[in-house]
Design a protein around this ligand. Sequence first.
Ligand SMILES: *[C@@H]1O[C@H](CO)[C@@H](O)[C@H](O)[C@H]1NC(C)=O
Ligand SMILES: *[C@@H]1O[C@H](CO)[C@@H](O)[C@H](O)[C@H]1NC(C)=O
Ligand SMILES: *[C@@H]1O[C@H](CO)[C@@H](O)[C@H](O)[C@H]1NC(C)=O
Ligand SMILES: *[C@@H]1O[C@H](CO)[C@@H](O)[C@H](O)[C@H]1NC(C)=O
Ligand SMILES: *[C@@H]1O[C@H](CO)[C@@H](O)[C@H](O)[C@H]1NC(C)=O
Ligand SMILES: *[C@@H]1O[C@H](CO)[C@@H](O)[C@H](O)[C@H]1NC(C)=O
Ligand SMILES: *[C@@H]1O[C@H](CO)[C@@H](O)[C@H](O)[C@H]1NC(C)=O
Ligand SMILES: *[C@@H]1O[C@H](CO)[C@@H](O)[C@H](O)[C@H]1NC(C)=O
Length: 465
Amino acid sequence: MPKQSVVVKLGTWRGIQGSLLLLGFLCILILVATFSKFYSFRSLLIVDTSCNREIYTHQSQTRTPIQAKETLEIVIQKMQREIEELQRNSSLLNYNSFLEDILGDIQSVRESFPDIQEINETDHYLQSKQQSYDNPEDHFLIEEIRKYVKMKPNRLGKQNFMGANGTFTSIGHGCFAMKKELEEYMEYDVGEICNDDWKLAQKLMVHGCDPLPRRRCFSIAPKLYSRPFPINESLWKLPDDRNVRWSHYRCKNFACLANNSTRKGFFKCANCFDLEHHEFPRWIRRENPDPRSNLSEDFLAREVIDLKPGEIRIGLDFSIGTGTFAARMREFNVTIVTATINFGAPFSEMIALRGLVPLYLTINQRLPFFDNTLDLIHTTRFLDGWIDFVLLDFILYDWDRVLRPGGLLWIDSFFCDKEDLNDYLESFKMLRYKKHKWVVVPKLDKDDSEVFFSALLEKPPRPFR
Ligand SMILES: *[C@@H]1O[C@H](CO)[C@@H](O)[C@H](O)[C@H]1NC(C)=O
Ligand SMILES: *[C@@H]1O[C@H](CO)[C@@H](O)[C@H](O)[C@H]1NC(C)=O
Ligand SMILES: *[C@@H]1O[C@H](CO)[C@@H](O)[C@H](O)[C@H]1NC(C)=O
Ligand SMILES: *[C@@H]1O[C@H](CO)[C@@H](O)[C@H](O)[C@H]1NC(C)=O
Ligand SMILES: *[C@@H]1O[C@H](CO)[C@@H](O)[C@H](O)[C@H]1NC(C)=O
Ligand SMILES: *[C@@H]1O[C@H](CO)[C@@H](O)[C@H](O)[C@H]1NC(C)=O
Ligand SMILES: *[C@@H]1O[C@H](CO)[C@@H](O)[C@H](O)[C@H]1NC(C)=O
Ligand SMILES: *[C@@H]1O[C@H](CO)[C@@H](O)[C@H](O)[C@H]1NC(C)=O
């Protein structure tokens, strides 16, 4: 809470000039005095639309918020004058930032008061003009969220080196629908250890609160972190359990995830912690071709790389897994980053402990790569028959954007119902890529109703217009 952080800051500034200290205390007094009133006032306001007018009328007769707002105005003006004066004396710069910090706190309290005029004119505070997405902080009561989403003007009113007047820290629009969860996530003491709430964070992200706000608390870490294995060992060996926080998983160690009989891992990836038996042969050995056609949905890494000798150097794997594709490609001197979330198992930690790069990314987000940059995109077990066609379209266009001309898109064992196959194939054909491989084989385990589709496609050059 800001109250506490201000007190802490004051403590470190003991021994500074008396007048400034006095000013600081004045602020805190006002903060404390207004906080209680403002919260009760606000909580009354945000209720059913029907009774809002009544409650507001009642409240306005007490005039508390109006008076408090005026007082805040005066304090803010005084502090701004003081800050301006201090700016001329360079020996007091630290002071100045301290004052500006408190000023920020007070301003955010002032802005959290609803605009009296606006409320009078509208039925519901949340529908008033104030509540536009221009001022996202108006939607939240928790101070840390408000502070985070507020545009931060550059100091001294100048443009920064990127040509912007300020910094715009954004959050996903899903955050507005998940206000309660977000407020729980952002309820912490600045400078302390955060709650062990990675799962809440992931839930927020998956449901569209993505990007999440940053936080000013220290994330929990494993108690004992042993040295990771050297890279010549780490790629194909289960990491040390102690290097992972196991809260909120059904398994509490890697052996459990790898165990065939416990089946506590994520169902889509039941075997992917079994590095030795299940993962190691992938993309170097062809297993079980379809007996009728002698075709397999599995392509080999060697045959893909040999399509473009020496050209495939960097890429992205958008899959469910433990990074085995990146490990395999590393042996061919190709650098792959693996997009993943920790769904049911600590995939990010596992990939990192293998010595590979995990990219913690949901499917909601535009890829954090620039246009025409990657040599290869590989995907498996991810975009299966569940995905909406429009979403698939947006994703494919985004992949196309980041793939360079001549880059390869490797659709690996996409599966869906037989009836849906043609619709999905149309989506992939829409890209108008050169087809190096294009295979459809029946999926044998499910009474022949599902099929696998694999393809190796090349992005054509697009001459600049
Ligand atoms: C700057 O502040 C210091 C400490 O308060 C004071 O001694 C000094 O005279 C000030 N300088 C100017 C130019 O105001
Ligand atoms: C609210 O509206 C009424 C009439 O519409 C007006 O008399 C009153 O002054 C307004 N209150 C404020 C605080 O603006
Ligand atoms: C940025 O600041 C400059 C100079 O103060 C101003 O002309 C410009 O309109 C500002 N741009 C935005 C987007 O606010
Ligand atoms: C890994 O490399 C280190 C030194 O580079 C070597 O001492 C060690 O024996 C190697 N381990 C394996 C399993 O090859
Ligand atoms: C796998 O799980 C079973 C049943 O829980 C257990 O009996 C077995 O010892 C486990 N194996 C390993 C290698 O942990
Ligand atoms: C896992 O179970 C399957 C059959 O359920 C078996 O074929 C396979 O060998 C087992 N793997 C290990 C590592 O025990
Ligand atoms: C199946 O295809 C592989 C190469 O893809 C070939 O080596 C093998 O002989 C074929 N088997 C049959 C029965 O045609
Ligand atoms: C990878 O690079 C190393 C060092 O440049 C080289 O010795 C090795 O042959 C390369 N491996 C492949 C599969 O190209």
